[in-house]
Design a protein around this ligand. Structure first.
Ligand code: AMP
Length: 543
């Protein structure tokens, strides 16, 4: 027997329709590329998104189209999110931090017919335009006054002019909720970037589940600052979850330096901020240097790479709770968040800290399992570690137009490429990427754990652990370290720092100090480049 309830498809346009109706005067504040702070409310955003949908339709964008964006976190990018997906086309957010040739590949692979971009990316697009044959219109996300007087870009249109020519009578179509809504490419370090094609249904479900109290805890009483870019996994879904809840949205534009972020947090009374650890390290340093408080901040969502313990403590002194998030492009991205349970209420500080240092437990709608190299399931006892696999209504079923990628097990689990433990309460801890794990004497050593320990040393700014070939043990761990400005520490001192913190055989065999470490476009350590650089490294006598 079927239920007898109304059929309401889960559509992205419904999020904005709800915010317009019930949170019409709640603000969206953006730092613009042109300079000034722009403010308006959900009501205005909804009206402009309808005008934009109409303008895009006039540019022949329809349900078979893809529209690409190269833009920072700002109100116009927000409008594009809703207008493009709302009319039934695919919003393809492109990461401008990638190499020009990767951008060329990604835009061509997505087959966008319209490309909308912020002024910052004009020179890049002037260079790339001849190599993007499918793009018929380039739209500058600004007004006429900022249109360049002469540019080699063909058919350059002005966003504000396109909108001004339209009324807001557009009616959002009732799409099938499985319709594709947006497209995002992974910034993997090997091979061609791979696309993940989200749907309306997956996006709305992800927005619902990720805004639960144990996840992002977003509400109409929050002011949210997503520092994580809208060109990287849809800014962790905040443009959707903030809208669903009617939260005030604060968008930092191109200025991601600590002073600019501080100004927004303090000035806009931000309660929830989200971003990768490096952003927060800089902000905390800035606050310490200038004696600045973070009075309004209640929660900092940190993900993308492991959260250092010192960061949790420093935010706690400001009265803000760090919540770690684990996720990935293939998972929309949220999989787990590190919130405590009722039974931890009376736990001591050390226990609660240990929970925050895990990547967290699955939010509703996400299932995790661990398997060994042969694909056999491993116990979730907090000790056994193996390949982390996931199933979810917002995990990909396959990569976009790439049938050559074997990413799923025969029984339908996506292999994340992470290596982890999961304890009996569901708290997951990443110990490595499959390809970064250090294999010593047939056993695995967690490179992340070795890095986290050394980051706790007062002289160390950044540390990378890599496996280097060893005649007896297959591989042994080598630490490559950047010291803090003006700090000094000897190799012996740094190696001694591991005493009592790890099993003896996990202790690295050597430390090399360098000026800087290589990073990917999304701020992750580029271990492959490091391994190449140290491929001719020779272990010291006796190691
Ligand atoms: P991306 O698709 O670029 O967002 O990268 C996803 C990968 O980032 C994951 O598979 C993890 O390896 C890593 N990652 C994400 N969040 C965390 C976290 N909290 N701690 C450690 N690694 C993380």
């Amino acid at each position: 027997m079927l239920g007898q309830m109304m059929d309401a498809p889960l559509l992205i346009s419904e999020l904005l329709r709800h915010a317009e109706r019930y949170h019409g005067d709640t603000e969206i504040v953006s730092r613009t590329v042109e300079g000034p702070i722009h403010r308006y409310a959900y009501r205005d955003a909804a009206r402009r998104a309808r005008q934009l949908a109409q303008a895009l339709t006039r540019l022949d964008v329809d349900r078979n189209s893809t529209v690409a964006t190269l833009a920072w976190n700002g109100h116009r990018h927000y409008e594009l999110y809703y207008a493009i997906s709302g009319l039934g086309a695919v919003c393809h957010t492109v990461n401008p931090r990638l190499f020009a040739d990767q951008i060329r590949y990604i835009v061509n692979h997505g087959e966008a017919s319209v490309l909308c971009f912020d002024l910052s990316f004009l020179p890049l697009l002037e260079q790339l335009a001849p190599l993007l044959p499918a793009v018929r219109h380039f739209v500058l996300l600004s007004d006429r006054a900022h249109l360049p007087p002469d540019t080699s870009l063909p058919e350059l249109l002005c966003y504000e002019e396109l909108l001004a020519a339209e009324d807001d009578d557009y009616v959002w179509p009732r799409l099938d909720e499985q319709t594709a809504s947006s497209l995002c490419y992974t910034s993997g370090t090997t091979g061609a970037p791979k696309g993940v094609l989200y749907s309306h249904r997956s996006t709305v479900l992800h927005a619902l589940s990720s805004s639960l109290p144990d996840a992002f805890g977003v509400s109409a009483d929050s002011a949210i600052l997503p520092v994580v870019p809208m060109f990287h996994v849809n800014a962790w879904g905040f443009p959707y979850s903030a809208t669903l809840n009617g939260a005030k949205l604060v968008l930092p534009g191109p200025k991601l330096d600590a002073a600019s972020l501080y100004e927004l947090i303090a000035g806009e009374e931000v309660t929830v901020a989200a971003g990768v650890p490096t952003v927060w390290l800089a902000l905390l340093q800035h606050c310490a240097q200038h004696g600045l408080p973070l009075n309004t901040l209640e929660q900092v969502i940190v993900g993308g790479s492991a959260v250092p313990e010192a960061m949790i403590e420093q935010f706690a002194r400001h009265g803000a709770e760090v919540r770690q998030l684990w996720g990935m492009t293939e998972l929309s991205p949220v999989g787990t968040t590190s919130s405590p349970k009722f039974k931890h209420r009376h736990a001591d500080d050390a226990t609660r800290r240990r929970l925050q240092l895990t990547q967290g437990r699955p939010i509703f709608g996400v299932a995790l399992r661990l398997v060994d190299a042969a694909g056999q399931e491993l116990p979730q006892d907090g000790v056994a570690f193996g390949r982390l696999q996931v199933q979810s209504g917002w995990a990909l079923s396959r990569y976009f137009r790439r049938d050559d990628c074997a990413s799923h097990s025969d029984d339908g689990w996506f292999d994340t490429g992470d290596v982890a433990t999961i304890d009996a309460d569901g708290y997951m801890k990443i110990t490595d990427r499959t390809k970064d794990v250090i294999k010593s004497g047939g056993e695995w050593i967690s490179s992340i754990e070795l890095e986290n320990i050394l980051i706790g040393h007062p002289a160390v700014a950044e540390a990378a652990a890599i496996g280097v070939a060893h005649p007896k043990w297959d591989e042994r761990p080598l630490m490559v370290v950047v010291l803090k400005p003006g700090a000094s520490a000897s190799r012996e001192e740094l190696l001694a720092f591991y005493q009592g913190k790890v099993a003896k055989w996990w202790t690295p065999d050597d430390v090399v100090i360098v000026d800087e470490l290589p990073h990917t476009a999304t701020g992750k350590l580029q271990k492959m480049a490091l391994r190449e650089r140290f491929s001719t490294y020779r272990w010291p006598e006796g190691a």
